[in-house]
Design a protein around this ligand. Structure first.
Ligand code: PRP
Length: 213
C-alpha cells in the first residue's frame, strides 16, 4: 500500500458512482474516476486520494486486508461475511432490504424441511435458526428468483430493491429480514494511522448525507 495516498475501494456500478459523487462534493475528487474506460485505478496527488473500482462483493476483502484504507459496501455483505473492519457511516444510499420471498400464495408446511435458495447463506441460516425452522440452504450465485419457479427451492432469501424482479416472476415478499444500505468501511490499522484525514472525510460525507436527505 502506498502511504502517500488514501486508498478508497469503490463498488463498480450505479451505487459506486453515486458514492463517488458524494466523495467529490466532500472535497475528495479525482479526475477520470467517472470516465467510461476500462481503467481501474485513479489517483489525485494534490488531495492524496487513490480510487479503484472493484466488484461490490469484494470491497470488504480489500479493506479488511489493507489493500484499501476505505471502501463502500452494502450492509448485506457485512452481515454475510462479517469482515474485520470498522463500519464508519451509513451513507443513506443504495437502500433496499434483505427478504424472504416465495411464489404467490405459498403456504409453509412446517413439518417438512424448508428448501431455501440464496446467495446469502449465513444471513439465511441465522434467520431460520432464530425462527426455529429446519432448512436446507441451496447456495446460488445469481438469478435466485428462478429457484422456486423451477421447483429447486420453496423460498428464497435475497435483496429486494424496487420489487420488480419478484413481481415479474410471480413471487412476493413473505417477510423482511433486515434493511440494507451502503456503508463506509475502514481498515482497522488505517483508522489508527490516518485518523485525521479519515475523520475529515467521514464528517464531510455525513454533512452531504444530511443535506441531500
Ligand atoms: C438483485 C437481487 C434481485 C434484484 C432485486 O440482483 O438479487 O434479483 O437485484 O432488485 P429489484 O427489487 O429492484 O427488482 P442483481 O441485479 O444483483 O443480479 P443477480 O441476479 O446476479 O443477483
Amino acid at each position: 500500500m502506498d502511504n502517500r495516498f488514501l486508498n478508497i475501494a469503490l463498488p463498480k456500478g450505479r451505487l459506486g458512482e453515486k458514492v463517488y459523487t458524494m466523495l467529490e462534493s466532500a472535497g475528495f475528487g479525482c479526475p477520470g474516476v467517472m470516465d467510461n474506460s476500462r481503467k481501474l485505478i485513479f489517483e489525485n496527488v494534490e488531495n492524496g486520494v487513490r480510487y479503484f473500482w472493484v466488484k461490490p462483493s469484494d470491497v470488504a476483502i480489500y479493506v479488511e486486508r489493507g489493500a484499501a484504507d476505505l471502501g463502500v459496501c452494502g450492509k448485506d455483505i457485512l452481515l454475510e461475511y462479517e469482515p474485520d473492519i470498522y463500519e464508519l457511516l451509513d451513507l443513506g444510499v443504495g437502500k433496499c432490504r434483505m427478504a424472504v420471498a416465495a411464489p404467490k400464495g405459498y403456504v409453509d408446511e412446517r413439518e417438512r424441511t424448508l428448501r431455501v435458495a440464496t446467495k446469502f447463506v449465513n444471513i439465511a441460516k441465522d434467520h431460520y435458526r432464530k425462527a426455529g425452522r429446519q432448512v436446507d440452504i441451496i447456495k446460488l450465485n445469481g438469478s435466485i428468483e428462478l429457484a422456486p419457479i423451477l421447483g429447486l427451492s420453496d423460498t428464497i432469501v435475497d435483496i429486494v430493491e424496487t420489487g420488480t424482479t419478484l413481481k415479474e416472476n410471480d413471487l412476493e415478499v413473505i417477510e423482511t429480514i433486515v434493511p440494507v444500505s451502503a456503508r463506509l468501511i475502514c481498515n482497522r490499522p488505517s483508522y489508527k494511522f490516518n485518523s485525521t484525514v479519515i475523520m475529515k472525510l467521514c464528517e464531510a460525507l455525513s454533512d452531504i448525507k444530511e443535506k441531500t436527505k
